[in-house]
Design a protein around this ligand. Structure first.
Ligand SMILES: [Zn+2]
Length: 109
């Protein structure tokens, strides 16, 4: 999976604050573990930064999960490289099944 493809998926998401659509240039790929990607989007209209997680499976329709992550939460994600595979799977399942504060946006084709 290429970063450019991930970025294009995220452009289907709109800023949660002002509704402006993200451009490819507004999106940074922070990293990924297997098919779980972490991204940062910067709204060019209202200058709000949004951190988001995306679960992207090549065989299924990509699913993008957005959230207003705090910087502390982002730090946790940054340290995910030290997690074991089992812990990664737990995080993955958590993100896939979590319907609380996350809003799910299915990519437009
Ligand atoms: Zn905005």
């Amino acid at each position: 999976m290429e970063e450019g493809i991930i970025k294009r998926l995220v452009t289907s998401i709109k800023c949660g604050v002002c509704g402006q659509g993200y451009e490819v240039d507004d999106i940074d790929v922070l990293g990924h573990r297997e098919d779980l990607w972490f991204l940062r989007a910067f709204c060019s209209a209202c200058h709000t930064q949004c951190l988001m997680a995306a679960v992207v499976k090549e065989s299924a329709q990509p699913e993008v999960i957005t959230s207003d992550f705090t910087e502390a939460e982002l730090d946790k994600f940054r340290k995910m490289g030290r997690l074991t595979a089992d812990e990664m799977l737990d995080m993955h399942n958590f993100l896939k099944g979590f319907d609380g504060d996350f809003s799910r946006v299915f990519s437009q084709r």
